[in-house]
Design a binder for this molecule. Structure first.
Ligand code: UDX
Length: 438
């Protein structure tokens, strides 16, 4: 009898509450989160308004490049824990937890466009009329105060008590989003309802078992943690790139400077690698959105503004650095641009330094031969009128000069000496400092 009781207790302790989850948005956040939650044991429907995306996913075709994502999607689709649909209403009706993971891109004026969130909320408000308790979890990066706004909006439309709104910002890096979800350094939850907190803890049970910090605060604070974290990382990068400029003039070794700085635990050794300037779909968007939020509150975040300005100047100055390497300047010359993605292990070119460099080279009258192992299809949509090479070697064979912008592994085999590519003896600007000195 005693043994049986013990077994029952152990089984109960290990049992994970499995929830029915609907994830709205199948971008790299929504798709990664949906697949990972299905792997945790929940039943997940990922929904999107783009029929083509859902068609591809239902064929096991993953529309984005994320290491480990395809395996996760295929495994959990096969076990029927994960499914894809454009029928948002039906998915939300079935769900106990609704996760909003739609894009909130930057507008021209720098503010965050949360219209996709509010469009999805129309369906959420309709579904909540059935008085079945659900959690509305905001995963997308939204302006500070948005969760509270949504709470009030839904409270006007739905009977109170039939829902809780929580904020649960993501900290996923493109190219390692699956790893960052499965092994986060913390889970941040903005919620005041103990019931909602308990359900979120069960949703993330496998992470709880790994003793990953699960920090609960209010929604506005959780939203601020997201923006303040990204802005601080952006400041670190803009800062180290300026120090790198200083080192070039003083002859100091920027890598030793970064290493020496990083040995101080108050600074930390991450995000101190100099490069062409930060890009991607997050840092530029989030720093500008934070700045705009402050402006709307009649204050200026001078440190964040300085980071944005420093980063923009750094990216724009890269062309001048290439021009300085080419006797007689760039007009009529051919330049190989190696690397188009905003960083390695992604096909994403959003806000990539390569866009600034290519436009600058064209303005200087140069001919551009570009190569990237993954990102060329995306760059062709933005900059169609340059040459796209099938390999780095093909791009280089035409070139009078070269610039390395993305830290792809295959570029590390190019040998350089005194800022010249050895075999071809052409000047090279290695913005990632990855070329092997021969
Ligand atoms: C970032 C945040 O890291 C992540 O937590 C958030 O959820 C989304 O935004 P991501 O934009 O995918 O992730 O890329 P990240 O790896 O942070 O790099 C951002 C940019 O900074 C890239 O252009 C990268 O090349 C650059 N970078 C990063 C540096 O130049 N030096 C560094 O040391 C680190």
């Amino acid at each position: 009898m005693k043994q049986k009781l013990m077994f029952l207790c152990v089984f109960t302790f290990l049992q994970i509450s499995c929830y029915k989850v609907a994830v709205v948005g199948t971008g790299y956040v929504g798709l990664v989160m949906g697949a990972a939650l299905a792997d945790f044991g929940h039943t997940v429907q990922c929904v999107d308004i783009v029929q083509e995306k859902i068609n591809q996913l239902n064929k096991g075709i993953i529309p984005i490049y994320e290491p480990g994502l395809e395996e996760l999607v295929v495994k959990n689709t096969a076990s029927q824990k994960l499914s894809f649909s454009t029928n948002i209403q039906h998915a939300l009706e079935q769900a106990e937890i609704i996760i909003l993971a739609v894009g909130t891109p930057m507008r021209q004026d720098g503010t965050a466009d949360a219209s996709a969130i509010f469009a999805a909320l129309e369906t959420v408000a309709d579904v909540l009329q059935d008085h079945v308790y659900r959690i509305v979890c905001i995963k997308s990066t939204v302006p500070i105060g948005t969760a509270d706004l949504i709470k009030n909006m839904l409270a006007e439309r739905c009977t109170t008590g039939s829902f809780d709104v929580v904020s649960n910002p993501e900290f996923l890096r493109e190219g390692c989003a699956v790893k960052d979800f499965m092994e986060p350094e913390r889970v941040i939850v903005g919620a005041t309802s103990p019931k909602a907190v308990a359900i979120l803890q069960e949703l993330y049970q496998p992470l709880q078992q790994k003793h990953i910090p699960f920090f609960v605060t209010d929604s506005a604070t959780a939203e601020t943690i997201k923006y303040a974290s990204n802005a601080f990382l952006a400041i670190k990068i803009a800062y180290i790139n300026e120090i790198a400029e200083l080192c070039q003039k003083t002859g100091a070794n920027i890598f030793d400077v970064a290493h020496g700085m990083g040995l101080d635990s108050r600074i930390g050794n991450k995000f101190l690698t100099p490069g062409p300037g930060y890009g991607g779909s997050c840092f530029p968007k989030d720093t500008n959105a934070l700045l705009k939020k402050a402006e709307a509150l009649a204050m200026d975040l001078r440190t964040v503004r300085a980071a944005i300005e420093a980063n923009d100047a750094h990216k724009k100055n890269l062309v001048n650095k290439v021009a300085a390497l080419v006797p007689g300047g760039l007009t009529g010359k051919a330049v190989a641009v190696l690397g188009l993605a905003f960083k390695a292990n992604t096909d994403d070119v959003r806000e990539s330094a390569a866009i600034d460099v290519i436009n600058g080279l064209l303005e200087h009258g140069a001919t551009v031969y570009a190569y990237d192992p993954l990102a060329m299809p995306n760059m062709k949509k933005i900059v169609p009128n340059i040459h796209y090479a099938a390999s780095a070697q093909e791009a280089l064979q035409h070139a009078d000069a070269a610039i390395v912008l993305t830290e792809w592994e295959e570029f590390k085999n190019l040998k350089a000496s005194n800022k010249k590519l050895c075999k071809l003896n052409i000047p090279v600007l290695d913005t990632r400092n990855i070329l092997r000195e021969s």
